[in-house]
Design a protein around this ligand. Structure first.
Ligand SMILES: [Zn+2]
Ligand SMILES: [Zn+2]
Length: 377
């Protein structure tokens, strides 16, 4: 057990190895189990369950302490010059391309100081299953270049990556000012021409009556999730949600054996800025409901955040990045649910061919119908 201080910070350490008790080869975490497995002899070694609790840290204390001193955990990491990714260095994994951007040359190692991970969700989807999902996704793509489909046969490029996230809890209290709009009906007279004569008629029209509205709403947020990686597109990772965050467990290095982990790029304060935007969306809905009526205008929101707590967690994602015509495309699999998301290139030639086919088909159908018409008349 390593000594940590009150923020859960530990001194620099090298990635731990887990040798097989039977043959000495390296044990790797077996997704979906509570065991480390030897790829050489098949020996299984149960992971000792952690007795620790998942810790949530006081946010203001974390920010103040991070600013005040340098005693964070320090790791040797891979650094990619092409996309800026920093991820755990593993001499046993010989990567010739960056798992985040597919750049050919991985530039080398650097030291990264960071806050220690509090909790994680272990991989549940094994490598083989994620490869099948990747291949099926590639096969399902319309208009994809043939070269991309062939890429799917090379399965060495799917990397099991623990991706850094922050979660935030906060008790919020929001004072609001705005206007409440209520519909009401009024009769309206109008003139129209009937049978060549101008007549006066009455109809009901809807109007809105606006009244000032002000008050306070409160809401407690739990585990607002913010991606702490800048290398993985936020849009793709958002599509991988939801995560079963209720199942996070205390960080144990065993779960990382055989996988890689990315270092966070967004610090806890930057992460909280994003969390505030996510919370604001919910608060705006709360305020609209509190104002009531048929329409609402919100002029001012003033939110106080109390009892902010945060934790640094890792979530399991199978990542494949490939470069095609100088652009990076990514394919991600949620390592818990198997949900698949990907960016994909289109083959312009296949699209042109399909459009031409469509035009020809329409012309043929039009000709057939016109001939049918001639037969009937
Ligand atoms: Zn073994
Ligand atoms: Zn890269």
């Amino acid at each position: 057990m390593q000594a940590t201080d009150d923020l859960g910070m530990a001194p620099a350490e090298a990635a731990r190895r887990f040798p097989c008790a039977q043959c000495g080869a390296e044990l790797h975490y077996a997704p979906g189990t509570e065991s480390l497995r030897c790829g050489h002899c098949g020996y299984e070694n149960r992971i000792m369950p952690s007795t620790a609790q998942v810790q949530e840290l006081d946010f203001h204390q974390v920010v103040a302490e991070l600013a005040a001193r340098e005693s964070r955990q320090e790791s040797i990491v891979n650094h990619c010059d092409a996309c800026g990714a920093e991820y755990s260095f593993d001499p046993a994994i010989h990567a010739d391309t960056c798992p985040f951007c597919g750049a050919a040359a991985v530039a080398g190692t650097t030291r990264h100081r960071h806050l220690q991970v509090n909790a994680l969700l272990p991989f549940a989807i094994p490598a083989g299953q994620s490869r099948d999902l990747f291949r099926r996704w590639l096969q399902s793509l319309w208009f994809a270049p043939g070269k991309l489909k062939r890429y799917g046969r090379d399965d060495s490029r799917l990397t099991g990556m623990y991706v850094p996230y922050w979660t935030y809890d906060a008790a919020t209290r929001t004072a609001y000012q705005g206007m409440r709009g209520d519909y009401y009906q009024v009769p309206e007279t109008y003139q129209t021409v009937e049978n060549g004569r101008t007549v006066t008629r009455t109809r009901m029209v809807t109007r809105i009556r606006w009244n000032p509205a002000a008050g306070t709403v409160t809401r407690d947020f739990d585990d607002v999730l913010v991606l702490a990686s800048e290398t993985l597109s936020g849009y793709l990772t958002e599509e991988l949600e939801p995560w079963d965050l209720q199942n996070v467990r205390p960080y144990q290095e065993e779960y990382l054996s055989g996988f890689r982990s990315e270092m966070y790029q967004l610090d806890p304060a930057q992460g909280f800025d994003q969390a505030r935007q996510i919370m604001a969306r919910t608060i705006t809905v709360d305020v609209a409901r509190a104002i009531g009526g048929d329409q609402q205008q919100i002029a001012r929101l003033d939110t106080r955040y109390g009892d902010i707590r945060c934790k640094h967690i890792l979530l399991p994602i199978w990542v494949s990045a490939f470069r095609f015509r100088n652009k990076t495309y990514r394919f991600l699999v949620n390592g818990r649910t198997g949900e698949v998301q990907g960016e994909r290139p289109y083959s312009p030639w296949k699209i042109v061919a399909a459009v031409i086919f469509g035009i020809v088909l329409a012309a043929v159908l039009a000709l057939l119908f016109s001939q049918q018409g001639q037969l009937h008349y």
